[in-house]
Design a protein around this ligand. Sequence first.
Ligand code: SAM
Ligand code: SF4
Length: 409
Amino acid sequence: MKKLFIQTYGCQMNLADSEEMAAHLLARGYVPTENLEEADLALINTCTIRDHAEHKALSFLGRLRKWKRENPSRIIIFAGCAAQRLGNRLKKTFPYLDLVSGAKEIDRFAELLDHSGLFSTNPAEPNPATQSVTGYVTIMRGCNFACSYCIVPSVRGPVHCLPSQQILRQAAQKAAEGYPEIVLLGQTVNAWQEEGKTFADLLNEVSALPGVERVRFVSPHPAFITPQFLAAVENNPKIARHIHLPVQSGSTKVLQEMKRGYSRETLLEKLDALKERGFAISTDIIVGFPTETPQDFEQTLSLVERVHFSAAYCFKYSPRQGTPAAQMQLHTEKTLEERLDILLNKVKGLAESAYRVQIGKPVQILMESPNKGRTSDNFWAKTKKSYPVGSMVNSIVEDVDDTLLLTRD
Ligand code: SAM
Ligand code: SF4
């Protein structure tokens, strides 16, 4: 049997896209391998959100030159956001590349494979490749925002919401296959809508499916944290009490220049409403946006302190060709490094205390291995006894070991 090696860069949406593409390759007779040396096909699913992410994917592709030379019948597919941005230009620099498939072409991936002439077998029904407690379901693609630093709208296109019938069918299938946790995915996932139906309705419908124990969603946008959404989560314990809500900055001025569509004040109102409902909140922050002054950066630090994020992914601003912010005057690398360092230190301290305050609290853990799992608010927890993977365990937090809750159970 031919073997498939997958290298994925970037976000959870990319992981889900890799899973979808892999299913089509498995249907063409491939079996997955984690060993590149024994593989017959390498699928690289790429990210271009920051220059560094794109570089990593391209340097991996560069290393495959020798791999292909060793056995020219091997196949290389370069897919995803960097593939969308760079297109067939890539074949000039990397002539040994067999197929380029951009992020916008994910729905046509099977067709592309068929037209490539690389595969002779008649495809079987696609089957998912991964095994865990979490089933990913993409509910929308693209983005209708135009944040001034971001390349996503240009590589993924405008919003396209998938029909609720299809989403519910996929989620039900995942639950029946043994995935008790469903994660709904989209670039602005909570912007999902359909005639007569909101994201809040969809959350309730997915969580009511047989076998679904917990529902998460990534990445929501603050603009769609609505009273309806808050009411839905309040009344539905299956919706996890954790939200990854990218804030990007704590300064109203920078948020405006980023074209985020909210101010510090409206953001704080929404974050407070989520905290009142028991949500742990993690976030994304960009440091060193071109117009960010030391005072603006202080505003971000004070927001981080005020909100007490359970985790924050902090990025140095990276100019992306074709975005409005890429025309602006950049900060020096030294300033970016300094600000990132200060922010990371603050975030680390806060995350540690977010774990410590859990001591004494009741938790519900979805087991991902016999002794470890994640709580509804997305903290890792270690149990004393062993439990079946996929079971839900109720316990109380007794102690903390670094970033691991230790339960009484
Ligand atoms: N759609 C999500 C939102 O707006 O909340 C974010 C999705 S984006 C794929 C993931 C993260 O990458 C963003 O939240 C942002 O912090 C970061 N990011 C995007 N463009 C960036 C850039 N040009 N430089 C640095 N970080 C960037
Ligand atoms: Fe990029 Fe903004 Fe869209 Fe998020 S909302 S994907 S940051 S343009």
